[in-house]
Design a protein. Structure first.
Length: 75
């Protein structure tokens, strides 16, 4: 929660994601979000990625995260 409270206002809140912790149960979607990374990334990281994470705790299932991500050089 401490990390989320620092990161959320700067990055996630502008996409309509809640900054409260724990994050309320719901379906959240962010489309066509552009995030500028000010440092140079190695060329090996450029490309398209897809990830799925099933988040669990000792009490059971917490949620799922689906990410489609493209990393490219700024035009």
């Amino acid at each position: 929660c401490e990390l989320w409270s620092e990161v959320c206002p700067k990055y996630a809140e502008k996409f309509g994601l809640p900054c409260e912790c724990p994050i309320p149960a719901n379906v959240y979607s962010v489309s066509n979000a552009n995030v500028l990374i000010s440092k140079s990334l190695p060329a090996e990281l450029l490309g398209e990625y897809r990830a799925t994470a099933d988040v669990v705790s000792s009490q059971g299932h917490v949620g799922c995260i689906f990410i489609d991500l493209t990393i490219r050089k700024n035009q």
